[in-house]
Design a protein around this ligand. Structure first.
Ligand code: ZN
Length: 499
């Protein structure tokens, strides 16, 4: 290894270790920290973040990257070193292309906008938030100009989360997905609703904790290198290759929320636990993108956890922990109940079918605001009209409409990752079923090992060596398209609803 590459790796190790320490502080704040420590913790985090930022934008890194590029120029294009230099250069460009005064303005705007958003929601008064959102649009346009793009400013914004993704590609994927979902939702609306009453009742939290840890271990989450704790909002965080934690939220009156949130976060965590150990503490030992990360959580949560085989395998466990609620429930009834589809106003409560329409709605509105085709003041009407067209429902207030997400207090371009996650998960799932012919039989006996091994090989162990769209093509043999998600959802839900 050349001297320049050694220096680059030593530099990345320092930055990554600081980020891991920051993640520990963050996890502690959201789990066990006494509230009185909030101001000191904020100061601790700012100190670490400033160290990380200064290291990341140091001009010496730019020179080092030039030296590394020259050093690897004779290596194979698919070697780890070539990928490391390419990914590190992209990180450095992202960190240095935006002038520090714009970063300060964005950070300041985001915390101020958050406070205004809280007030606007409380009073359900969009006019309070409108000037703030106008500023968000302006700042994001300036950010896109700094980051650079060829066709559309949205390309620059979405690239922060999904390297290589463009507005044009998203438009094409969503143009196929949207009508297929709208028609499926409409057909389901005409069919008799499935019964999910038994998922509501009394479920003591301690028993739920035991149940969820049992479930995530079944999937293959390694609790020797992780643990599960309780928080207000579930999340997954990584402190190192050997310490990847998940959290969940429990509701005593309902069992589905904690169970499926746990499967979801375990999907994220197993990705982190399977990242390439030989590349740890480098820019390649991380997820390919937010969308690929989300594909892992959705695959375990929905394709596995909400699948017929897992429901049948897991029902006796549910009956063991909650005999009153589940003793008379059949596996088929459980399967139908956890797959109930119902158009809802709130994105985070949406089911597998309607969820993507919530994302497409936000993507269309973000692009229209960036292009100036939609004036910010007209957002509530545009939101309500699009939601009605897609799901046939209208929010009674803006709090349940365009004010529901915190995201527009800061940046644009983050939402598509959720639907990309579903598209990628469905395409991977199709390939997995072909590659593992006895997959259903395995899951029906609680054996998820072959599935995890496939994901480890094709996705996890790749880290960030490949760009997300290349990773998908590499794993499935074809470019990402919407066919597999459309077929998966139509097949599953037309069967459940007898359509
Ligand atoms: Zn997720």
């Amino acid at each position: 290894m050349t001297n320049a590459l050694q220096q680059l790796k030593a530099h990345q190790k320092k930055v990554i270790r600081l980020s891991e320490i920051s993640a520990i502080l963050d996890w502690d704040q959201l789990t066990y920290m006494p509230t009185g420590a909030a101001a000191d913790r904020a100061d601790q985090q700012t100190t670490i973040q400033m160290l990380i930022h200064d290291l990341s934008v140091n001009p010496e890194v730019g020179h080092l990257l030039d030296a590394c590029a020259a050093a690897v120029s004779s290596q194979q294009a698919d070697s780890d070193d070539v990928a490391l230099v390419r990914v590190s250069k992209r990180d450095y460009d992202l960190a240095t292309k935006v002038p520090s005064n714009l970063i300060e303005e964005l950070v300041g705007h985001s915390s101020m906008a958050y406070e205004v958003w809280v007030q606007a929601r409380k009073q359900s008064d969009f006019s309070l938030f409108s000037p703030v959102l106008r500023k968000t649009v302006e700042l994001n346009k300036r950010l896109a100009d700094c980051l650079g793009y060829v066709e559309h400013p949205y390309d620059a914004l979405v690239n922060q989360h999904e390297p290589g993704m463009t507005a044009a590609k998203l438009r094409q994927l969503f143009a196929e997905l949207r009508p297929a979902l709208v028609s499926l939702v409409a057909d389901i609306g005409e069919a008799p609703q499935v019964n999910s009453e038994f998922l509501h009742g009394h479920f003591p939290i301690e028993r739920q904790q035991e149940l969820t840890i049992n479930a995530v271990r079944t999937l293959g989450y390694d609790t020797n290198r992780g643990r599960q704790d309780k928080t207000v909002h579930p999340f997954c965080t990584s402190f190192s290759h050997n310490d990847v934690r998940i959290t969940t939220r429990y509701d005593e009156q309902m069992i589905g929320g904690a169970l499926y949130a746990s499967l979801h976060e375990a999907g994220h965590a197993m990705y982190e636990q399977g990242l390439p150990a030989h590349l740890k503490l480098t820019a390649l030992c991380r997820a390919a993108s937010s969308g690929v990360h989300e594909s892992q959580s959705r695959l375990w949560e929905n394709m596995v956890g909400r699948g017929r085989e897992f429901c049948s395998y897991f029902l006796p466990t549910l009956q063991h922990y909650f005999p009153e609620a589940f003793s008379k429930v059949t596996a088929e009834e459980l399967y139908r109940a956890v797959n109930r589809v119902e158009p809802s106003l709130i994105r985070v409560e949406a089911d597998e079918v309607t969820y993507n329409l919530h994302i497409i709605l936000r993507f269309e509105l973000e692009v229209a605001m960036l292009e100036g085709k939609l004036d910010v003041d007209d957002l509530p009407d545009a939101w309500d009209a699009a939601l009605h067209e897609m799901l046939g429902i209208t929010p009674p207030t803006d709090t349940e409409g365009c004010l529901q997400d915190v995201h527009w207090s800061s940046g644009f371009g983050g939402f598509p990752a959720y639907t990309l996650g579903n598209l990628i998960a469905a395409q991977l799932w199709h390939t997995i079923q072909r590659d593992i012919p006895d997959l259903s039989a395995c899951i029906a006996t609680g054996n998820c090992t072959p599935l995890l091994a496939w994901l480890r090989d094709k996705v996890h162990s790749q880290g960030a060596r490949l760009d997300p769209m290349d990773l998908v093509e590499h794993a499935t043999g074809e470019a990402l398209n919407s066919t597999y998600l459309i077929n998966y959802l139509n097949g599953k839900y037309r069967d459940i609803y007898g359509l």
